[in-house]
Design a binder for this molecule. Sequence first.
Ligand code: GDP
Ligand code: MG
Length: 140
Amino acid sequence: MAVTRTFSIIKPDATRRNLTGAVTKMLEDAGLRVVASKRIHMTEDQAGGFYEVHKERPFYGELVEFMTSGPVVVQVLEGEDAVKRNRDVMGATNPADAEEGTIRKTYAESIEANTVHGSDSDENAKIEIDFFFNEDEIVG
Ligand code: GDP
Ligand code: MG
């Protein structure tokens, strides 16, 4: 299996509860390495652009509001089959459906305030990484 990259966000519900370290530990314990990380407060334009694919969904406005409600930590993660590995440790979008031991089962507050984002394909991982990071900010 090849070593690949994925893009992760520790969302405002987690930074608010001081869970940055706890969430990162779960990512690291799952075999992912943080090769870039920064704490930012997303603008509405950034959040709106990032979630452009969800523009037509009824929760888009609320989602942008939530993602700009506090700081987030954006990260590039590296590991074997990183996208799937990360999705597995994140758990299902709705914490009520997430498996025991996953980040969302452990920490998520709701289907919206669900603690982490993770890319859903290698193609989207590249797009999302490029949205927030320059290559020289990524140190493998
Ligand atoms: P993910 O890939 O598991 O994060 O899920 P999606 O790509 O489908 O949705 C993106 C994000 O939108 C989720 O992580 C949630 O924060 C939010 N979201 C998804 N479904 C809902 C919903 O039904 N209601 C609300 N309020 N937010 C949602
Ligand atoms: Mg998604």
